[in-house]
Design a protein around this ligand. Structure first.
Ligand SMILES: CC(C)(COP(=O)(O)OP(=O)(O)OC[C@H]1O[C@@H](n2cnc3c(N)ncnc32)[C@H](O)[C@@H]1OP(=O)(O)O)[C@@H](O)C(=O)NCCC(=O)NCCS
Length: 180
């Protein structure tokens, strides 16, 4: 079981639990409108999951050891950031691999949240004997690239037209990885 809780400045960083599902819907809707650098179009998160499904997922992750899904909360209980890290697959040949995704609400950028969340996840990977941690990032996302490079990720290659936005524009992505 991967339980985590710490105070980080005015934020509390902890596992998301089932009861956080309504706040998480609000958060996802909000961040998906702020940037095109996340994987979803605005509104798509709520189309993909019901509240009940999300509650179950969060409760399962909080109990299990396959995924660490963290939120950073303000003193008012609002979600300021999320970061999820999970094994790439159940097969033995992929057991050394994990993937990670992070987002921070724009009002809380540049306060160290992204870096702190990722650093906690890197420790989780070491504890779980992960050898390679993977992510993809839009080639124009200089902010996220700066974060990943500062944490020791390297660019493995470019995935062309890996995303297509609602207006038809294509996005190229870097496949990045950190080796432990
Ligand atoms: C990318 C993101 C997660 C960074 O979060 P953050 O909390 O603002 O980042 P931090 O304050 O922890 O900064 C960490 C590092 O990021 C880098 N960084 C942050 N802002 C940057 C900028 N404007 N330009 C270049 N690098 C930047 C720096 O390396 C910084 O380290 P430093 O402060 O020691 O110099 C956040 O901007 C975000 O959620 N963006 C929208 C969603 C997104 O793009 N997610 C990633 C999808 S792959």
């Amino acid at each position: 079981m991967s339980r985590y809780k710490e105070n980080f400045g005015r934020f509390t960083i902890r596992n998301a639990e089932g009861a956080d599902a309504p706040k998480l819907f609000y958060y996802m809707e909000h961040v998906d409108r702020e940037t095109t650098f996340l994987a979803r179009e605005p509104g798509e998160f709520a189309e993909s999951y019901t509240l009940e499904q999300e509650e179950k997922l969060l409760a399962g992750w909080a109990q299990g050891d396959e995924k660490l899904f963290l939120i950073a909360e303000t003193e008012d209980g609002e979600i300021a950031a999320t970061c999820g890290c999970f094994y790439s697959g159940g097969r033995r040949r992929a057991r050394h691999l994990a993937e990670i995704a992070v987002s921070v609400r724009q009002d809380f950028w540049r306060q160290g949240l992204g870096k702190r969340l990722m650093t906690i996840q890197l420790n989780w990977c070491k504890e779980h004997e992960i050898e390679k941690l993977k992510l993809t990032v839009d080639t124009r996302n200089t902010r996220a690239l700066g974060l990943y490079l500062s944490l020791g990720f390297e660019v493995e290659g470019t995935l062309r037209h890996e995303g297509r936005l609602a207006d038809g524009a294509y996005c190229d992505m870097y496949a990045m990885a950190k080796f432990f």
